[in-house]
Write a protein that binds this ligand. Sequence first.
Ligand code: NAP
Ligand code: G4F
Length: 329
Amino acid sequence: MKRAFITGITGQDGLYLAELLLSKGYKVFGLMRGQNNPKRELLERELPDVEILTGDLTDLSSLMRAMSVAKPDEFYNLGAISFVAYSWENAHLTSEVTGMGVLNALEAVRLHMAATGQQVRFYQASSSEMFGKVQTVPQDEDTLLWPRSPYGVAKVYGHYMTINYRESYGMHASSGVLFNHESPRRGPEFVTRKVSRAVARISLGLQDKITLGNLDAQRDWGFAGDYVEAMWLMLQQDEPDDYVISTGETQSIRVLLDHAFAAVGIHDWSSYVELDERFMRPAEVDLLVGNSAKAQAKLGWKPTVKFPELIAMMVEADLVEQKELAGIK
Ligand code: NAP
Ligand code: G4F
C-alpha cells in the first residue's frame, strides 16, 4: 500500500486529492493546523479514512514529526495562504506560509530521506499567478515569471526552491503550474464561488445584489477534480519535472456572470451586479491562458469539464446548499 502525505488537506484541492488517492488504494495522511480547526469535522465526515496529523508549514519541527509518522512515498505540498487579495493585507505572513513554508516542506522531506534512506517524491503547488504581467500568450513552462502580488512572489520563491532541491539533492521534486481551478468546494472568497453562491441566493429571493471588483480580468478556469489527477500523474513519472496545467480557454468575469445567471434563467444581470473599489487590487493580473501541451503529451492528462458545465455545476450545488440552509423545500 502506497503512503501519501498532503499539506492543505482541508482545502479544495486537498479534499479532491485525498479522495483520488484513497480510491487508488493509498494510505493518506493530512496535515491540519490549529488547536481547534473548524474544518476538522468536515474532513472527518467526508473522508474518515484520512489520518490527520497536526502541524503548520511555518514550523519545521512539526513537519518532521508528521513525516516520522506518515513515512510517505509521496508528499503533496498544497498548504498555502492562497487568496491573492489577502496577500497584500498580510504580505509578511503570506511570504512565511506560501513561500518559506515550501522550504520547510522540502527540508522535512530531505532530512527524513537522509535519516531513513526512504525515497519520497515531492509535489509543489505552483500557480499561474506567477506569470502575473504576462510576457507571452498563452503561458507555458518557458514563460518568464513576473508576479504581481505578494502571493505570486511567494509562489515564485517556492517554485524555484523546488527546482533548486531537485538540482542540488537529486530529489524527485516536481512543480505543477496550475491555472485557476474551481468546484463546489471552492472557498467563498474566490470569484467563481462568490458568484455561484450569490446567484443561487438571488434566485431564491435570499439576496438582492452581488458586489464585485474588476469584471474585465480574464482567467483560464478548469475543474479541480481534473487538476488533482495531474498532480498524481506528475509523481508517477520516472523523472521529476514542471508542468503547466490549464484548459487553454480564457473567460472574463463578465462571461462568468453570463453563465452563472443563465443557470437560473436570468439573461440580463446588470441590475443585480454592483461595483465596489474595495474589491479592486493594487496590481491586477489581466489575462491568464495556459498551454498545457507538455502535460498532455507526457502525462497523458487532459481537462474533461468545460467552463459552462463547471459554472452550472457550482450554481446547482449552491442552490441545494442554500435551500437546505434556508429550510426551503
Ligand atoms: P485552499 O482551498 O485555500 O486551501 C489552502 C490550504 O492550506 C488549507 O487546507 C489551509 O488550511 C492550508 N494552510 C493555510 N495556512 C497553513 C499553514 N500555515 N500551515 C499548514 N497549512 C496551511 O487552496 P486550494 O484552492 O485547495 O489550493 C491548493 C494549493 O494550490 C495552494 O497552495 C494554492 O496556492 C495552489 N493553487 C491553487 C489554485 C486554484 O485555482 N485553486 C491554482 C494554482 C495554485 P486551513 O483550512 O487550516 O486554513
Ligand atoms: O477568484 P480570484 O480571487 O482568483 P485569483 O486571484 O485568480 O487566484 C486564484 O487562482 C490562482 C491561479 O491563477 C491561485 F494561485 C490562487 O491561489 C487562487 O486560487 O480572482 C479572479 C479574478 C481576479 O482578477 C479578481 O480581481 O476575479 C477578479 N474579481 C473581481 N471581483 C474578484 C472580485 N475576485 C474576488 N475574489 N472577489 C471579487 O469580488
